[in-house]
Design a protein around this ligand. Structure first.
Ligand code: MEV
Length: 439
């Protein structure tokens, strides 16, 4: 059995490759070859990648594609997307084209409030804690001034610090619930630095607060950390058109199509099993843009799913209605994004993705990302309530299957032609491939 290793992080990259392949792969030379093949030929770029994370062995590539023809608030965008799943870009592009001739997407940022919390345990007198907080508040801002100075110059900073009594949910539990405006930065480092300073000021201030008893002076700071649940960092994106313009041309009348779309959303609103898949489709669009633009998809995922459950049951992120002959379809999602800082100026592809999007502000990026999610959901529901998704999906998936089977370029051309007229299920592709090989 392989023994644990001491000091792995201090090994050179070559030594790391030797160790991992010798101990955890069947064919170390072949494994090393795979790892090396994905090194970037430009040493500078590779060095950048090496330093993004710890113990880098190689790079993990995802396809980076473009979904064109998105008309958002009267500006035309081609949206970069990084994703491994076939059909997502095709679906987004189809939805973009559909809405291009129907007024495009309208998007509005509803709020940009970021949140961070200092979590406290305090078993003393509540009134004295409240008074202490009132007195220490100006010092919380003052002690963080060196951190907030630049952000304030640009118009951002700490917007509020509140003491919250949470003892009804956990004995002795209080919070400093803090809100921030971080402008074009996602702001995680800024927020966490402020919060850690608040924690230090709080501890020090409590020690010196003569009204406190000795026990109260030792109030416990458990942790200080931003929250990825940002329900007031919210964006709305919408499409609408008269029902008679909803001609999707798939053997269904515009009226029936509108009704079915509304039904599909209603089901996702009330049925968590469907809601999760419905929202997963939305995240296909959202995550792909988040990744391409170097944002933190884990933060966005966690925050969005919490938002989807905010009323007590996991539910649809999109909404649909037909009113006075108008079909309206919209999404509201919390998105804490950045277009400066983090990877945005470091990763060459992220920089390029932002350039393709016209170097957007964080607010514009919020709008673009929400639109990508809405477009994805529109495309998915459109397929689901008309032809079903397998028809389009399997055709897109065909190339993946053929690549897995090791098909040559000629075989791919022949089989792609064949599956224009036949259902491209996995087993049908395998059978046709074998038949072609043996013929
Ligand atoms: C597949 O990645 C996403 C869908 O399942 C979304 C949906 O069902 O709405 C097609």
């Amino acid at each position: 059995m392989t023994k644990p290793i001491e000091g792995f992080s201090k090994l050179t990259k070559a030594e790391k490759l030797d160790w991992i392949t010798a101990n955890f792969t069947d064919n170390p030379e072949a494994a090393k070859e795979v790892l090396r093949r994905y090194w970037h030929p430009d040493k500078k770029v590779q060095h950048l990648h090496d330093e993004f994370i710890e113990n880098t062995l190689t790079n993990y590539y995802l396809p980076f594609g473009i979904s064109p023809n998105f008309l958002i608030n009267d500006t035309l965008y081609a949206i970069p997307m990084a994703i491994e799943e076939s059909s997502v870009i095709a679906a987004a592009s189809k939805a973009a084209k559909f809405w291009l001739t129907r007024g495009g997407f309208k998007a509005t940022v509803i709020g940009t409030e970021k949140i961070g919390q200092v979590h406290l345990m305090y078993s003393g007198n509540k009134e004295r804690l409240k008074n202490f907080f009132e007195e220490i508040q100006p010092r919380l801002y003052a002690d963080a001034a060196s951190i907030t100075k630049n952000m304030e110059k640009r118009g951002g900073g700490i917007t509020a610090i509140a003491l919250r009594d949470k003892t009804n949910i956990l004995e002795n539990y209080y919070q400093l619930h803090c809100t921030f405006e971080t402008l074009d930065a996602m702001g995680a480092n800024f927020i966490n630095s402020c919060l850690e300073q608040f924690a230090a000021t709080l501890k020090d201030g409590a020690q010196q607060y003569s009204t406190f008893t000795e026990t109260e002076k030792n109030l416990e700071v458990v942790m200080a950390i931003l929250s990825n649940y940002v329900p007031n960092c919210l964006v709305r994106a919408e499409v609408s058109c008269p029902i008679d313009q909803l001609n999707v041309g798939e053997k269904i009348s515009s009226e029936d199509f509108a009704k079915k779309m509304v039904r599909a959303v209603e089901i996702a609103k009330v049925e968590p099993h469907r809601a999760v898949t419905h929202n997963k489709g939305i995240m296909n669009g959202i995550d792909a843009v988040i990744l391409a633009t170097g944002n933190d998809f884990r933060a966005v995922e966690a925050g969005i799913h919490a938002y989807a459950a905010k009323d007590g049951q996991y539910s649809s992120l999109t909404h649909a209605e037909v009113e006075n002959g108008i079909f309206r379809f919209w999404i509201e999602v919390p998105l804490a994004l950045g277009t400066v800082g983090g990877l945005t100026s470091l990763h060459p592809l992220v920089k390029l993705a932002l350039e393709i999007l016209g170097k957007p502000s964080a607010e514009t990026l919020m709008q673009i990302v929400a639109v990508a999610g809405l477009a994805q959901n529109f495309a998915a529901l459109r397929s689901l309530v008309t032809t079903g998704i397998q028809e389009g999906h399997m055709k897109m998936h065909l190339l993946n299957i053929l690549n897995q089977l090791g098909a040559t370029e000629d075989e791919k051309v022949t089989l792609t032609e064949h599956f224009k007229k036949n259902a491209a299920t996995h087993s049908a592709v395998v059978t046709a491939f074998k038949k072609l090989r043996t013929s």
